[in-house]
Design a protein around this ligand. Structure first.
Ligand code: ADP
Ligand code: ZN
Ligand code: MG
Length: 492
């Protein structure tokens, strides 16, 4: 076990090595009840209140598989491009831990329900396909609480509410070559699970966590280096920091003539370092064997077909469609497909406005800005997608200038009113009526004889000044196009 932190490798040293990363992502399935009993999975209940003989691991209690958990898991497997096994099997993974009352975890071992999938990512413009080795189902353990009690210096407490919560574990191939790729992979997996509504992926509640396996090898080397596994990373930032630290640690170790030990490590965010926890156990330590209390899991073709048909349009498809169908830029398509709610909002607004590009700018600019400042999600937006679409439509129709629309939007946000109602109430409509504008223009020309002379003398750019004067007189409500045309006629 390492006692003091080793010196880290310099960027020049690191540049000679290639990091190899494989992730094991655990996601909590969004079921109302646990995987093998009817106890609720709700978060924040008083300790040990959501428990029964099954999830307490009492002798003789028998598990019954939650059908909804299977459906969600299979959807995830399909969306991750996996082959779904017609028949899969649960297995006991035996180990001792105070928050694991059964003395084993029910997982899947040699026959996971899904395997051979992939996830496509793009990092720095480079498309990469990351293999998904397998996806399996398992139950979560409880939680040991070491702090917060009067006698916490003497005792630890155990809360078994989480025991038996359904999880899927998504195991990747060692296909990632940088912490950025790991970040992109994790982002894509999270987004897919959220789109499927398979998991809330709420990292603060521990609904999404990952173990990061990392090794380094000299660039060009065939053979994989010995890996370390950094356990239980519960934020994207920590995962990236832990990987970067671990890469620098391993390179330094090798460069100084040492070698990487196969071990399990923990990331300490306060120190910004990974710390050795235990030497890595291997499969035989767990004494895996088929779970005798559960039938093999059979998923027939009909059910698979139904689940496949129920999949929503996934983020990657949606992004491609937004680019192809609406002519959006890649980046904009990415922002607008962050969540299902965002993409649905955009599409509704764009349909009503008839102008997807301008709508995209409003959603990403004014709307997202206002929501962010207000700490709200798009689903809680006081400006409905329909109203935003109407605003953009009014601009397109010439009824509002962009400038006026910018004044109206905050009022829509504050009141939830339709843009037309605000325009009406505040008398903000754009003036395109030539009769009304001509009078203002005549006044402006009379008041600025010098500029009129300059224009006629060939300095035509001075027209901008005159347009500005008209805009000022009309408090920004004049239609710039109409004003310019009228001015040209009058001056020429
Ligand atoms: P273990 O038997 O230690 O659990 P597995 O072969 O099951 O190892 O792999 C666990 C995870 O570690 C997978 O995500 C895999 O891609 C990754 N992995 C395996 N070997 C390496 C390696 N040499 N370097 C980095 N990651 C690796
Ligand atoms: Zn229970
Ligand atoms: Mg393994």
């Amino acid at each position: 076990m390492s006692t003091s932190a080793p010196a880290l490798a310099t960027p020049e040293m690191i540049a000679r090595y290639e990091p190899v990363i494989g992730l094991e992502v655990h996601a909590q399935l969004a079921t109302a009840t646990k995987i093998f009993c009817g106890c609720p999975t709700s978060f924040g209940a008083p300790p040990n209140s959501n428990v029964c003989p099954v999830c307490l691991g009492l002798p003789g209690a028998l598990p019954v598989l939650n059908r909804v958990a299977v459906d969600l898991a299979v959807k995830a497997g399909l969306a991750l491009n996996c082959t779904i096994r017609v028949r899969s099997r649960f297995a006991r993974k035996n180990y001792f831990y105070p928050d694991l009352p059964k003395g084993y975890q029910i997982s899947q071992y040699d026959e996971p329900f899904a395997e051979h999938g992939w996830v496509d990512i793009v990092v720095a413009g480079e498309p990469r396909r990351i293999g998904v080795t397998r996806v399996h189902m398992e139950d979560d353990a409880g939680k040991s609480i070491h702090e917060g009690f009067r006698d916490s210096d003497l005792y630890s407490y155990v809360d078994l509410n989480r025991s038996g919560t359904p999880l899927i574990e998504i195991v990747s191939e060692p296909d990632m070559r940088s912490s950025q790729e790991a970040y992109a992979y994790m982002t894509e997996v999270k987004q897919v699970l959220e789109f499927l509504e398979v998991s809330s992926c709420d990292m603060e509640k521990g609904h999404l966590r990952c173990d990061a396996n990392v090794s380094v090898r000299l660039k060009g080397a065939e053979k994989l280096g010995t890996k370390a596994e950094v356990k239980n990373l519960n934020s994207f930032r920590f995962m990236k920091e832990a990987l970067d630290y671990e890469i620098a640690r391993q390179v330094a170790l090798i460069e100084s003539g040492g070698r990487v030990e196969q071990e399990t490590r923990l990331y300490d965010p306060d120190l910004g370092e990974t710390v050795g926890m235990r030497s890595k156990e291997s499969a035989h330590d767990y004494r895996y064997f088929p779970e005798p209390d559960l039938m093999p899991l059979a998923i027939d073709e009909d059910r698979l077909g139904e689940l496949r048909a129920s999949l929503p349009e996934l983020p990657s498809r949606l992004r491609a469609r937004f680019v192809a169908e609406y002519g959006l830029r890649e980046y904009d398509a990415e922002v607008l497909t962050q969540s299902r709610a965002t993409s649905a909002y955009f599409e509704t607004a764009a349909r009503i406005s008839g102008d997807p590009k301008t709508t995209a700018n409003w959603v990403m600019g004014d709307l997202m800005g206002a929501l962010k400042a207000d700490g709200k999600e798009i689903g809680q937006s006081p400006v409905g997608a329909g109203h935003l679409g109407e605003l953009v439509k009014l601009i397109g129709a010439g009824a509002l200038s962009g400038k006026l629309a910018k004044q109206i939007f905050p009022k829509m946000y504050a009141t939830g009113d339709a843009p037309a109602a605000i325009v009406e109430r505040e008398g903000l409509a754009q003036i395109s009526d030539t009769g009304a504008l001509e009078k203002v223009i005549d006044d402006v020309l009379a008041a600025n004889p010098k500029q009129v002379e300059q224009y006629r003398g060939g300095k035509t750019t001075v027209i901008n000044f005159l347009v500005g004067q008209v805009m000022k007189q009309t408090r920004g409500q004049a239609n710039v196009g109409v004003v310019t045309e009228l001015l040209k006629t009058k001056l020429g």
